[in-house]
Design a protein around this ligand. Structure first.
Ligand SMILES: [Ca+2]
Ligand SMILES: [Ca+2]
Ligand SMILES: [Ca+2]
Ligand SMILES: [Ca+2]
Length: 493
């Protein structure tokens, strides 16, 4: 700032002062209004703005003596000057104080003519007037014109403000979202309140100019994943405190769902499918769940947090099915789990190709069959076995050879099961074994030796191959077959 501009500022300031002193003189109760806790002391000034060369001044301040009592009058602008005359009086019966100060010189400017101290009645609560009368100011030449007199009030207040939390409501749940607190703080006297908002014991927000009884909205932001007690505390400036609280829950994580049974890819027979699942949430006591079968809602209900549920879906149609369970917590956070299962309602089939009903010269039979699982979604053949002469099932992996020591009539049946244990069996084939009677003439003799010699050392496909000469069913007419021929030689059937 340059020297020139400093001078400029001073000149302007002087002009303003001169203008105001020349134009208006007001006498006011200051502060115009104040709020006092009932029973507390307070003081007011009777102030002037502004006077020039004042020598004498006086006024009466009226008050309600049932609510307050004046205790002291303190001289203002004229203090420090040589008094010409001073008159003060306190009348606590009729409710007024009066003061007159006259000095031997004069005083100019603005400030309190007098300060009056009061005590208040602890049981009184209202707005009380502090009114001026008989205000007169003089300078050397006569009475100074008082352009305006401003009375005051004092409010005695012993009632705390009432806080009302409009939102959130008690027990409300919040997601990962801003938590807004809407409240009103209403006081009988205060126009402005000091309000604090606590999350538990932590001060989250404060404001010292909340308008009385006007709804205020405060964003506390996203709160931690737990239960919260939000307290709104209002101070009415005389120290009376009112508060309200609301309990809310904040849930920032979705529930977890686990389908315990069936596991995915399980095969089901013509049997009831039961889904068993467990759901857990970080906060919610109760979880909503929905069970869907192939995207169709089957059941919608609630379950206790951490509990297990079971639902019988009945016998499902053949083929694939998806079972999905959706869970939702209190704040609509969701999760889902799904399994796909297979249903096989169709039996497999098995057809025996060998043996057939005839007589065999071998000491064994070739078991040849075709097994297949039927239906639109076959689970597949899982087990095969044969049963020779009702002596019990012998599990086999596929086509095989069954050694048969005893000559005579036999029967065989093949059994199959699919992956869901649906079973079936072949036709029972009856056949006869006449070991080593290669030419089937009823006896093992020279002609059978001849037949074996013809086929000797042959394999299937060879020109001299004779399956009936392969007595041990090993697809080679060879030494083993000669042994069987020799062992059965001279037999008659
Ligand atoms: Ca949750
Ligand atoms: Ca099947
Ligand atoms: Ca023969
Ligand atoms: Ca052989």
């Amino acid at each position: 700032m340059t020297q020139g501009s400093i001078i400029g500022v001073i000149v302007v300031s002087c002009l303003v002062l001169m203008a105001s002193s020349a134009t208006a003189t007001t006498v006011s109760v200051e502060p115009t209004t104040q709020i006092i806790l009932s029973g507390q002391n307070f003081s007011v000034n009777v102030s002037v703005d502004a006077v020039t060369e004042m020598t004498t001044e006086g006024a009466i301040l009226h008050f309600d003596p049932s609510a307050m009592q004046a205790t002291e009058i303190i001289e203002g602008l004229t203090s420090g000057h040589t008094p010409f005359i001073t008159v003060t009086d306190i009348d606590n019966t009729n409710g007024f104080v009066l003061f007159t100060y006259s000095i031997t010189d004069n005083v100019s400017g603005s400030g309190p003519l007098a300060t009056i101290k009061f005590t208040t009645n602890a049981s009184k609560e209202c707005t009380f007037a502090l009114n001026l009368s008989d205000v007169e100011l003089y300078n050397e030449s006569g009475e100074i014109t008082v352009d305006a007199i401003n009375n005051g009030t004092v409010k005695l207040d012993q009632t705390p403000p009432m806080v009302t939390i409009i939102a959130p409501t008690e027990g409300e749940w919040f997601d990962s979202e801003d938590v807004w607190i809407n409240f009103t703080a209403c006081d009988n006297k205060a126009d402005i309140l000091y309000v604090e908002i606590y999350d538990g014991v932590t001060l989250k927000w404060w404001n010292d100019s909340v308008t009385n009884c006007i709804e205020t909205k405060v964003n506390l932001g996203i709160l931690d994943d737990c239960n919260h007690t939000i307290t709104v505390r209002a101070n009415d400036t005389v120290g009376k405190i009112g508060e309200a609280l609301v309990n809310i829950s904040v849930d920032r994580y979705p529930p977890v769902i686990e389908i315990l049974s069936p596991s995915t890819c399980t095969w089901f027979d013509s049997e009831n499918v039961t889904v068993i699942f467990r759901a857990w949430d970080n906060k919610a006591d109760v979880i909503n769940y929905s069970i869907y079968l192939d995207d169709s809602l089957v059941e919608q209900a609630t379950m206790t947090n951490g509990s297990q549920k079971e639902k019988d879906l009945g016998v499902l149609t053949e083929c694939d099915h998806t079972i999905r369970v959706n869970v939702t917590d209190k704040v609509e956070k969701t999760n889902s789990s799904e399994v796909t299962i297979h249903v096989d309602l169709t039996k497999p089939r098995v057809v025996l190709q060998s043996p057939v009903t005839r007589t065999y010269a071998s000491a064994c039979v070739r078991l040849i069959f075709v097994a297949e699982d039927l239906g639109t979604c076959p689970s597949g053949i899982n087990w095969t076995a044969y049963n020779l002469d009702e002596t019990g099932n012998v599990t086999i992996a596929g086509n095989t050879t069954i050694p048969i020591g005893t000559a005579g009539t036999h029967n065989v049946t093949v059994y199959v099961k699919d992956k869901v244990d649906k079973g079936n069996k072949s036709e029972t084939i009856t056949f006869t074994i006449h070991p080593a009677d290669i030419d089937f003439d009823g006896k093992v003799w020279v002609s059978d030796v001849f037949q074996m010699r013809l086929a000797y050392n042959s394999h299937p496909g060879n020109g001299n191959w004779n399956i009936d000469a392969d007595l041990d069913c090993n697809d080679h007419v060879w030494v083993g077959d000669v042994n069987i021929l020799r062992n059965n030689y001279t037999n008659k059937y």
